[in-house]
Write a protein that binds this ligand. Structure first.
Ligand SMILES: [Zn+2]
Length: 266
């Protein structure tokens, strides 16, 4: 890849990441997403030069210009992560899809960037506030739909029944836990997220994403309790694990699926 193009995509991703930080904190609190950013502590309005993705954080050495309190590391982390993921998606998909035209390729990449952005918002806002906003679930569904539309435009109408089936069957185990635990173990947001993952990944990869999420969630919960960070009864958000499971299955799913089928002799 051309270095200038790579840098441009990274900076574009980082700027989107800056906006994702706004969504992560404002959507769960139902605050307006327009309006100027303020410091989390002193509420001082931030100037444009305080808001340059990544650079401002390091220029200010991680402290607010006005009250000198520490700025959360979430801000540069999300910006860097988004930039890197945008490059990763570009590199993975620009070569892999050859049978479609250039403008169609860009629509696919834009949809993928949208999906990644939604995943990042869900990951951080669920981990931080134990809440997945309906807006971001709708956005994730929209981008997933566009991806299918631009990627397999001729087959999309034939696929509808399959997609509905996959959504329902992948959401079912999560709904069951939600229902039996009376909303304690899973929220409705997790149920909807699982349904969208079924739509996006298909039922086989969708189930494997669930499986990965349970394994990762179990291991993480075990260590958090072991090191006294959480009590046995305290809640650990499940959304972040669903996101990791989905990302793994999205990018490595074909290989994993074939490996699993070989093990079971299918
Ligand atoms: Zn401040």
């Amino acid at each position: 890849m051309n270095l200038i193009l790579g840098l441009f995509i990274f900076l574009f991703g980082a700027s989107i990441g800056s906006f994702l930080n706004v969504l992560i904190d404002r959507l769960p609190q139902e605050r307006k997403i327009t309006g100027r950013s303020v410091c989390d502590y002193c509420q001082h309005q931030l100037a444009w030069y305080d808001l340059i993705p990544i650079f401002s954080f390091f220029l200010l050495k991680g402290h607010c210009r006005y009250c000198r309190k520490k700025i959360s590391f979430q801000y540069p982390l999300v910006e860097i992560l988004t930039g890197l993921m945008f490059i990763f998606v570009f590199l993975t998909y620009v070569k892999n899809i050859q049978e479609i035209s250039l403008w169609q390729k860009w629509l696919v990449i834009l949809s993928l960037w949208g999906i990644i952005s939604c995943f990042i918002v869900i990951f951080f806002s669920d981990a931080k506030y134990h809440l997945i906003s309906d807006y971001i679930l709708w956005a994730l569904f929209g981008f997933s739909f566009f991806l299918k539309l631009f990627y397999q435009s001729t087959e999309i109408m034939k696929q509808v029944e399959n997609d509905i089936f996959s959504s329902l069957i992948v959401a079912f185990p999560i709904w069951l836990i939600y229902f039996l635990s009376k909303e304690k173990a899973m929220g409705l947001g997790d149920v909807y997220l699982a349904a969208i993952l079924g739509f996006l990944l298909g039922w086989q990869k969708g189930f494997l994403a669930l499986y990965l999420a349970f394994v990762l969630g179990g291991i993480t919960g075990f260590f958090l309790i072991l090191f006294g960070r959480k009590k046995l009864k305290s809640k650990i958000a499940f959304g972040p694990f669903l996101v990791i499971g989905a990302l793994v299955m999205f990018f490595l799913g074909e290989g994993i699926l074939q490996w699993v089928m070989r093990i079971y002799g299918l």
